[in-house]
Design a protein around this ligand. Structure first.
Ligand code: MN
Length: 359
């Protein structure tokens, strides 16, 4: 078969002549021949396959530079690249969905004191942190107060001051009155200040790049809990007997599980399972997950560092959380469980119960 005109090739590939001229200029899909007298572009029928792939990848929303990379790959590698691209799109959509949920919750928030049917609620809480049995020092920090629950897992030289500094910055939220419409901004500002505090510790010490901390915290507003989360510490919710993790680990292995490159089982024994892809750390911009949770009387929250979650099986944690009523005793029992499994890492736990206040 002879060469096709740009019009015929456009029709067959479902790309417009305008797009074909652009892809030629970018080197993505150069014509087989350009007529030297007329300047018309001519395409070979064998180019149709590549052109159709470009058209489908465009429909997927893939940027042109990335399409070019995919087109250079053999089919199995191209498939992996499309899968990785799609995982990124879904992660981005999930982050935006969380933000949308936060805004919807926030905008539909009603002052509980205005509603005669809602009794005022409060929280009962306990926090405990332990070095474990192997580490020489404790770089975790755990905190629980009447408005703030937080765990931070510091790493690197200066990890302990980093986790303490991050939580200290958050403690400002306990005394400030936050106008309802401002909650999201205040949380964002606070997390940036916490990141700055960690950065200041890093630059004042010798091991500048190695200092950082995770941060998982909840702020009690009187009817809701606002969650901020960066890293691989976790928050769980026990509601109506069901126990589930409400945070997503910002680790390399979790992103590989999300991409389908690793099974959850393989992730638990992966040598790099603690490698973080997000943290409060020197010289980095911080992106925290943020969410609002409506409080129900009877809800119980658990915040913990990976010294609990990677050492004690989820069913064991669930059993303790659902059988030991007193928060103080519950955090002690959880730390004892981690230590009875060897206590290889620092362990931090915060347990908080949502209660109807007696009037
Ligand atoms: Mn840890």
């Amino acid at each position: 078969m002879g060469l096709l005109t740009i019009g015929a090739f456009a029709k067959a590939s479902r790309l417009s002549p305008k797009a074909l001229r652009l892809y030629d200029e970018l080197g993505l899909l150069p014509p087989a021949r350009v007529d030297p007298t007329t300047g018309y572009r001519l395409y070979a029928p064998e180019q149709l396959e590549r052109a159709r792939l470009v058209a489908w990848l465009r429909r997927l929303g893939m940027p042109l530079a990335r399409i070019q990379e995919v087109c250079e790959l053999a089919a199995p590698a191209a498939a992996r690249e499309v899968r990785a691209f799609w995982a990124e799109v879904e992660a981005d959509t999930a982050a935006r969905r969380d933000l949308a949920t936060f805004l919807i919750d926030h905008l539909s928030w009603k002052d509980p004191t205005m509603s005669p049917t809602t009794k005022p609620m409060g929280i009962r809480y306990a926090a405990l942190s332990d070095a474990g049995l192997v580490r020489e020092s404790n770089q975790d920090t755990a905190y629980a107060g009447s408005r703030l629950l937080a765990v931070a897992d510091g790493f690197g030289t200066g990890g302990a001051p980093a986790s303490a500094a991050a939580i200290n910055v958050l403690k400002r939220l306990e005394t400030d009155t936050i106008p309802a419409g401002n909650l999201l901004n205040v949380l964002q500002d606070t997390i940036e200040q916490a990141n700055q505090a960690v950065h200041d510790i890093a630059v004042s010490g010798p091991a500048r790049q190695e200092v950082g901390t995770t941060l998982t915290a909840m702020l009690w507003t009187g009817s809701q809990l606002a969650l901020v989360h960066v890293g691989d510490s976790r928050a769980y919710l026990l509601r109506d007997g069901e126990f589930f993790q409400i945070t997503h680990d910002h680790t390399l292995v979790q992103s590989m599980v999300d991409d389908g490159r690793l099974s959850p089982d393989e992730a638990t024994s992966h040598p790099q399972r603690s490698l973080l892809i997000r943290a409060l750390a020197a010289g980095t911009e911080v992106t925290a997950d943020m969410r609002l949770h409506d409080a129900h009387p009877g809800d119980r929250y658990l915040l913990c560092s990976d010294g609990l979650s990677t050492v004690v099986p989820g069913e064991e944690v669930h059993r303790v959380i659902s059988t030991i009523a007193d928060p103080d005793q519950a955090v002690r029992a959880l730390i004892a469980l981690a230590n009875s499994s060897g206590g290889p890492d620092n362990i931090s736990c915060v347990v908080a119960d949502v209660l109807e206040l007696q009037q």
